[in-house]
Design a binder for this molecule. Structure first.
Ligand code: CDP
Length: 793
């Protein structure tokens, strides 16, 4: 692995007083098997819940007979949709303003939908009892394809919605249709391409689950659950269940990955709460792998037509797209309210163009709900795929090198802040050095020579480029809210008398190393060693309110909150130091961890001395309260816009059409880097995800709506065997509005890598005249592309 342009702090030892490489504080817990996940929670008298799911994609429920199940001695409760309807709990709001059935009452709308649940003394008895529930279904025609869903006379899926007569979910547009049409009309070259981003699943290692413990005497609910957004979930539970918010504690313990899968509120969580209220006991629900794959939030599922207009010499003028978005049976996305298509609006990418336009139609189908931001900032993955694929199609038509085409069209450094043609203000960027570094690390010119030589021998080698700009850190609260909850984040910092500290965050790690990096941010600002700073998160009773972790928003929003709360503490420390050293505040100088008198470094007090004085005997400056702590709620002024240049090298076996990713070079720019080791880990994981999406993963359905990706035997996810040794590098373009200049990075690689891989495979197939092939590029799809027998999307 190659890493260049290391800043000096990155050469520090493993215990930097601030930013730099540092082993993860949480790892001693994890490597010893001492992580505590939701399924590890054991409470006295705890019962177990299992969910009966629909075998059909679309069917009316005629009757549900639970008597045989309820008669089993181990069974403590059997609950149906009708029972929930009696409590007013059969439907719940989704985080995108739709409603979703907790348990089906009228009909089932996707295979795997929740129909009833059993609470029993152990999880095996609960599962066995499901077999005894007799449901009579009246099977209806399923609607699986989005175009079929829009066709005249298509069966109506959402007849639960008043006045609904078709399967439209929403329409959305951005950009300027007329201006874009005018630019297209004058262009020398117009290229259009149909593209499919298939339905994939985040598939975290830990599936979803919860343990609900309702105390009927106090009226208090304690809920351990696999959630990426404990505070937002608590507010929703309060609104739906009518339990006062201050009596609900949501604990999100260690999470075995989230990737967007653990943002929505799932019926299972609500069922466990109902189960506990009904039985008066704690109730655990933990789904199995197939349940996770068939019923929890899927991602993508966009059919896109991309169009690009350019001059003959390769100046990109405009980009236009039309999207059919499959949202499944309920709109279960969790995107800011004003952004029903998430941040797809950044589909103009990293290029300075004259005009852009997107129109989108979102549709209900008889498939699981979702459209979650799987390791991306609300549909940015789809946007980046569209633009980076269509730019390559243009390069193909112009017979131009794809790197040269990109370099010719980048937004220039002096254009930042850059207002895109769809209204996104890119905060900072310097694209060419990033691209050039990737090309240098890859040995781009040499690779092209090698490719040319191999082509003469009939060998299929491909080189694919993707250059992406993301918009991460949702978001300014005036623009962004989820169900009315503004997307700001709280942070509290308390320094104890002995100079150790605890920082409480509203974001929640799912494995990204927050316990380390947030301690590093505080350390950087107030000079207390990361080892002496505890990071508390994932517990609504013990952390300030905030909207949680997804869309790489932790560093842009909560990271800023952490830096600013530390500065508040430092400001107070400065006042105390001035009284301790008997000099004016203006005569003090801060050196990480201590204040000294200007020009006299020997006359100093450390942050630990100050902490003791703040809590101890002796006078404090007039009007200053004791203690050394602060809190903040940070409302970002803008998103941050990280970028990156990825180059992928593949070999395709002409006899079997098997794709091998031989090399992958990833140069990321996420502004100031807090912990380069953690960043590399995030990039490695995201690139591996990218290989999965580009080459292996797809949730598909047969014509009856049976999900064909319901186990990891069918839904293939990549392992170390399918991926190369990642080669990483970086550039640093700080965010001008973030207090430490950091941008998010957690999802950059998942976003940026699929187009690089697809571009590489298509490039390998150039001798066959292939301009495009749809993901996942399995051997059979590559074979079809080579033979010209691929089916249109
Ligand atoms: O929201 P999420 O944690 O998934 O994404 P992120 O904010 O991009 O951060 C992912 C991890 O990378 C965290 O541990 C961050 O602190 C770390 N990171 C970093 O060290 N430097 C950056 N500029 C950005 C993130």
């Amino acid at each position: 692995m190659t890493d260049t342009r290391q800043r000096s702090f990155e050469d520090n030892d493993q215990k930097p007083m601030g930013f730099g490489r540092m082993l993860r504080k949480e790892d001693p817990r994890f490597v010893r098997g001492r992580g505590r996940y939701t399924d590890d929670v054991q409470l006295p008298g705890m019962l177990h819940l299992a969910i009966l799911r629909s075998p059909f994609a679309h069917a009316r429920i005629v009757s549900v007979d639970t008597s045989a199940a309820a008669a089993l001695p181990e069974v403590k409760a059997v609950i149906t949709g009708a029972d929930l309807a009696g409590l007013g709990l059969a439907w719940m709001p989704t985080l995108s303003g739709d409603v979703q059935a907790v348990l089906a009452t009228d009909k089932v709308r996707f295979q795997g939908q929740e129909v009833a649940f059993v609470v029993a003394t152990d999880r095996y008895a609960a599962r066995d009892a499901l077999e005894l529930i007799d449901v009579e279904y009246d099977v209806l025609d399923p609607v699986i394809d989005v175009r079929q869903a829009l066709a005249e006379g298509a069966p109506l899926i959402r007849d639960d919605l008043d006045g609904k007569t078709d399967n439209h979910c929403f329409d959305w547009e951005t950009g300027d249709a007329d201006a874009t049409a005018a630019v297209f009309a004058k262009a020398d070259v117009v290229v259009s391409q149909d593209l499919v981003y298939p339905r994939v699943h985040p598939a975290p290692m830990e599936t979803c689950g919860s343990v609900a413990d309702f105390d009927p005497v106090e009226g208090r609910l304690k809920l351990w659950s696999t959630t990426q957004a404990p505070h937002a979930h608590r507010t929703l539970y309060a609104m739906v269940a009518g339990i006062p918010e201050h009596k609900i504690q949501v604990i999100s313990p260690d999470l075995g990955g989230g990737f967007g899968n653990k943002v929505p509120i799932y019926p299972g969580y609500v069922c466990s709460i109902v189960g506990s209220i009904v039985t008066g006991k704690p109730v655990k629900w933990m789904e199995d792998r197939s349940e996770n794959l068939i019923s929890t939030g899927f991602a993508r599922d966009y059919i896109m037509r991309g169009e690009i207009a350019a001059t003959r010499d390769g100046k990109i003028l405009a980009i236009r797209t039309n999207v059919l978005a499959d949202h499944g049976a309920f709109n279960g996305t969790a995107a800011p309210v004003k952004y029903p298509a998430g941040f797809f609006g950044v589909f103009t990418g990293s290029y300075d163009i004259e005009a852009a336009y997107c129109s989108m139609t979102a549709v209900y189908t008889n498939k699981a709900p979702g459209g979650v931001a799987y390791a991306c900032s609300f549909r940015i993955t789809e946007a980046v795929y569209l633009v980076e694929r269509i730019v390559d199609c243009l390069a193909y038509e112009l017979d131009m090198d794809p790197a040269a085409l990109r370099l010719k069209n980048f937004i220039q450094p002096d254009q930042f802040p850059y207002m895109s043609k769809t209204g996104w203000e890119y905060d900072s960027g310097d694209y060419e050095p990033t691209m050039r570094l990737a090309m240098e690390l890859a040995g781009y010119d040499e690779l092209r020579k090698e490719q040319a030589e191999k082509r003469t021998r009939g060998e299929l080698m491909g080189i694919g480029i993707s250059f992406f700009t993301e918009a991460v850190g949702a978001g300014p609260r005036k623009h962004m809210d989820i169900l009315g909850l503004g997307m700001a984040d709280g942070c509290e910092l308390r320094v104890h008398p002995t100079g150790k500290a605890v920082v409480r965050l509203s974001v929640q790690t799912q494995g990204q190393g927050h316990e380390t990096t947030f301690a590093q941010i505080i350390a950087e600002e107030i000079g207390i060693a990361p080892a002496d700073i505890d990071v508390v998160h994932g517990d609504t009773d013990n952390t300030p309110f905030g909207l949680g972790t997804y869309g790489s928003r932790s560093t842009p929003v909560s990271g800023a909150a952490a830096a600013l709360v530390a500065r508040k503490v430092r400001d107070k420390a400065r006042l105390i130091a001035s009284s301790m050293l008997e000099v004016s505040v203006a005569d003090l100088e801060w050196e990480k961890g201590s204040f000294h008198v200007k020009g006299d470094p020997g006359t100093a007090v450390t942050i630990q001395d100050i902490a003791m004085r703040a809590h101890g005997a002796g006078d404090l400056p007039d009007g200053l309260e004791g203690g050394l702590e602060a809190q903040i709620c940070y409302n970002p002024s803008n998103l941050t816009y990280p970028h990156g240049a990825y180059i992928c090298v593949v070999d395709v076996d002409p006899g079997t059409a098997v794709v091998k990713v031989r090399r992958f070079i990833a140069v990321d720019d996420c502004g100031t880097r807090i912990n380069p080791m953690i960043i590399e880990g995030q990039v490695h994981g995201g690139l591996t995800d990218g290989v999965g999406m580009a080459l292996m993963e797809m949730i598909s359905f047969d014509e009856d709506g049976n999900c064909l990706g319901a186990s990891l035997m069918d839904y293939l996810i990549p392992t170390a065997l399918e991926v190369p040794d990642w080669e990483t590098g970086f550039t640093v373009t700080p965010s001008p509005h973030h207090p430490i200049g950091a941008k998010g990075v957690g999802e950059s690689a998942t976003v940026g890598s699929p187009p690089a891989i697809v571009n590489a495979v298509v490039d390998a197939l150039k001798p066959y005249g292939v301009r495009h092939a749809d993901m996942p590029l399995t051997p059979s799809r590559v074979w079809d592309a080579m033979r010209g027998t691929a089916q249109p999307p």
